[in-house]
Write a protein that binds this ligand. Structure first.
Ligand SMILES: C[S@@+](CC[C@H](N)C(=O)[O-])C[C@H]1O[C@@H](n2cnc3c(N)ncnc32)[C@H](O)[C@@H]1O
Length: 264
């Protein structure tokens, strides 16, 4: 069901590079270059999962963008904030490759891009607590109610996304022009026992962050912008009540053995 993942380790190892030498070297050795002298890709995660996980776990200040599209925000932020490490996750190959070329042409050594489905990669590869910030901008809204389950953020997925955040410093930033989805995400975050939520009604301090946001601001469309952070310590549960209620744990309560089974 899930697409495979592909990685661009866009750095040559240096003091500020986010990947250790083995991971970067494997990235170069194992698959065809995607363009530029820095590009490399993995055919699958099997051979490198442990080392990548360890590499991501080395730091807890990653800036992570899920669904970066053409990469405007990711690439410009990484260029402006080097050597802070940036990780971009994008499902669509053509956007992944476009952003990889952009990052390579700017010779950025603090960016790692993963092509793959974000929730799959969080569950299988990305260690908890790695991120100072998780950015989710204009994710596909899946407006039909029968498709809501495909949304990147909902009560069943929010714990997975929040698990990336370093506590207590981590922040989740979200924006959408789809007001129903935006209110649903605001409600999901507001009901979460571990989250403090703010609305960013006046826009980000630096102006529109992504291509979609710039376009929608030009068109005068309303945008829901949210900033969430994890409360510090003391919480019994990090699970959202909506997601938790979907869990069933078996077997059920112990039952008295029936007379027929105990009689022989
Ligand atoms: C509407 S575009 C927004 C792109 C960019 N964030 C922006 O604001 O300009 C949504 C992007 O998220 C990607 N995407 C959607 N669902 C995803 C998922 N589950 N995992 C990774 N990427 C995803 C799509 O391929 C697309 O590039």
């Amino acid at each position: 069901m899930w697409p495979g993942a592909e990685l661009a380790a866009l750095s040559v190892r240096g003091s500020s590079d986010p990947l250790p030498p083995e991971a970067a070297e494997n990235a170069r050795r194992e698959a065809a270059p995607i363009g530029g002298q820095f590009g490399a890709g993995f055919r699958g995660l099997a051979s490198c999962r442990a080392e990548l996980r360890a590499a991501f776990a080395e730091r807890s200040d990653w800036e992570v963008e899920l669904g970066f599209g053409k990469g405007r925000f990711l690439v410009s932020s990484a260029a402006a904030s080097a050597p802070r490490p940036f990780l971009g996750v994008e499902m669509a190959s053509r956007y992944f490759r476009l952003a990889a070329r952009r990052a390579a042409s700017r010779r950025l050594s603090n960016v790692v891009l993963l092509r793959g489905e974000a929730l799959y990669l969080i569950a299988t590869l990305l260690p908890a607590g790695m991120a100072r910030t998780v950015h989710v901008y204009f994710p596909d809204p899946w407006p039909k109610s029968r498709h809501h389950r495909r949304r990147l953020l909902d009560p069943r997925t929010v714990d997975l996304v929040l698990s990336l955040l370093d506590r207590p410093r981590g922040r989740l930033f979200f924006a959408t022009d789809h007001l129903e989805y935006g209110e649903a995400v605001a409600d999901t975050l507001a009901r979460h026992p571990a989250v403090e939520l703010d609305r960013v009604d006046s826009g980000w301090p630096e102006g529109p962050r992504t291509n979609y946001e710039a376009k929608f601001v030009r068109e005068g469309r309303p945008i829901v912008r949210l900033a969430a952070r994890l409360r510090d310590g003391g919480l019994a549960s990090l699970l959202h009540p909506g997601g938790r209620d979907d869990l069933l744990v078996g077997p059920g309560p112990a039952q008295e053995p029936s007379a027929s089974r105990t009689s022989s």
